[in-house]
Design a protein around this ligand. Structure first.
Ligand SMILES: Nc1nc2c(ncn2[C@@H]2O[C@H](COP(=O)(O)OP(=O)(O)O)[C@@H](O)[C@H]2O)c(=O)[nH]1
Ligand SMILES: [Mg+2]
Ligand SMILES: [Zn+2]
Length: 291
């Protein structure tokens, strides 16, 4: 048996990437009996049935680390959140919402600020600093000029990453820059067509290099957070974590209460801007619930 990763599933066939190439496999009946549906992203073992035509049988699925629902992919380790420095301008409000959703899925996160070639004032540098202070990894890139691409490539190594972010920020361009063979379509119009296509098609892993895959996500598009109780919002702000046990009141919202350890650190370890957005979001979530 050889090991591989399911990169695609169509009409009962699974395409499995292995060190000896991609095999087309059918799943053994046992999975159906166990109600276990092979899923893109699964690490599996296969038997080769026909080496010449690259056909095999899917025999075993390794226990999954996790499962994303939209897109339906297992074993995703990292979310790469892409914004543009300009055109369209980076929307930090949206970025924070992405970070909350990604934290909810327990994924590692990498923030990419693309199109820095267009930001002659270098405004992206202060944004980078804020998020680094908050404990995030941030890469500034230009898909156009080839800046930051090697660093991105390094961060994608040996894992499955999901790319997310508003359309037009350069996700497809960045993916092409790290893996030129993929030749994804870029530009506003093609992005729209791609999205339409994605809704009817299943998730598909794209290989960047051996053991490194990405999935271009139509998910994370609904950025509603109503399902998150306001009291839990604090856990999704990474930089609050060291101080959460230091507040005088259990159930401290870190807004009005006296002797609040979180507030003590605002302006230092906790960037002002991030704290302000926490307060806004907190109030928004409270209001949603009262409705
Ligand atoms: N100036 C500049 N333009 C870029 C850069 N990256 C992408 N673009 C352009 O931005 C547009 C949207 O890119 P695309 O990759 O389709 O974005 P997506 O919708 O996020 O996949 C295209 O016209 C790209 O040529 C960059 O680093 N610099
Ligand atoms: Mg795209
Ligand atoms: Zn507090």
């Amino acid at each position: 048996m050889i090991s591989g990763t399911i990169i695609k599933g169509i009409g009962g066939f699974y395409y499995i990437d292995t060190e000896q190439g991609v095999y087309e496999c059918r799943a053994r009946g046992i999975f159906r009996k166990e109600k276990l549906k092979p899923t893109v992203g699964d690490f599996v073992k296969i038997s080769v049935l026909d080496e010449k035509n690259k056909k095999g049988s899917l025999d075993f699925i390794e226990p999954r680390k996790n499962m994303l629902i939209r897109p339906r992919v297992s074993n995703v380790e990292q979310a790469v959140i892409v914004f543009a420095a300009v055109s369209p301008n980076i929307n930090v409000d949206l970025l924070d919402r992405f970070l909350i959703l990604v934290a909810e899925q327990k994924l590692d996160v990498l923030i990419c600020i693309n199109k820095i070639d267009l930001d002659t004032e270098k405004n992206y540098e202060s944004i980078k600093k804020i998020y680094e202070t908050s404990g995030y990894k941030v890469i500034c890139l230009s898909a156009e000029k080839g800046i930051g691409i090697e660093e991105l490539k390094k961060e994608l190594k040996n894992k499955i990453s999901v790319f997310a972010g508003p359309s037009g920020v350069g996700k497809s361009s960045l993916i092409n820059a790290v893996a030129p063979d993929l030749k994804l379509k870029t530009g506003e119009i093609s992005a729209k067509i791609e999205r339409g296509k994605h809704t009817t098609r299943h998730a598909e892993l794209m290989q960047i290099e051996e053991h490194s895959y990405i999935v271009d996500s139509p998910g994370f598009t609904s950025l509603f957070l109503e399902h998150i109780p306001a009291e839990e919002l604090q856990y999704y702000f990474k930089e609050f974590e060291p101080y959460l046990n230091g507040c005088r009141y259990t159930g401290c919202s870190h807004i009005h209460e006296p002797d609040c350890e979180v507030k003590e650190h605002v302006g230092e370890e906790i960037p002002n801007e991030r704290y302000e957005r926490y307060v806004n979001l907190y109030n928004e979530l409270r209001k949603d619930r009262r409705k």
